[in-house]
Design a protein around this ligand. Structure first.
Ligand SMILES: [Zn+2]
Ligand SMILES: [Zn+2]
Length: 148
């Protein structure tokens, strides 16, 4: 059973991006190690959610559906419905949780950050072009073989 932490701290407070308020100083003094532990747990929980969601959408070990990248650090969830959808506004952990709670709805797939960024910025991933090119060359070679 996971220990429940006192709410009322934002993430940036937890990671120490904002200076300690009087309240936080008092809290820290009263419970040494609290912030470190909270941070460790939230990191663990995030990794849990991420793995569950990516494994589900990869139908097995998490893998990029474009380039087969399979190192989890490089992978992320991609919105097939594109930008502007309301779920785009969710930070990744909230999105992972949303997908788990809603029993993994369709409209999402797993991509690595490279493929995801290329798709987001240019509307296509260079891998797709390269694959098309290889397909064309294979097709061409086949036709040549038939001719001979
Ligand atoms: Zn990829
Ligand atoms: Zn790609």
């Amino acid at each position: 059973m996971r220990q429940k932490f006192k709410p009322g701290f934002t993430n940036s407070q937890l990671v120490g991006l904002v200076p300690d308020s009087e309240y936080r100083k008092r809290w820290k003094k009263a419970k040494p190690g609290y912030f470190e532990e909270a941070r460790r747990l939230s990191r663990e929980k995030r990794a849990d959610y991420k793995f569950t969601v990516l494994a589900m959408y990869s139908e097995g070990q998490p893998i990029c559906s474009c380039c087969n990248e399979n190192r989890i650090e490089f992978l992320t969830i991609n919105h097939l419905i594109g930008k502007g959808h309301r779920r785009d506004h969710l930070p990744s952990t909230a999105l992972y949780r949303f997908l788990i709670v809603h029993d993994f709805p369709s409209g999402f797939n797993v991509l690595c950050f490279n493929c995801n960024c290329a798709l987001g910025h240019f509307g296509f991933c260079p891998h797709t072009l390269e694959r098309d090119l290889i397909d064309q060359e294979t097709q061409h070679a086949r036709e040549e073989m038939v001719k001979e």
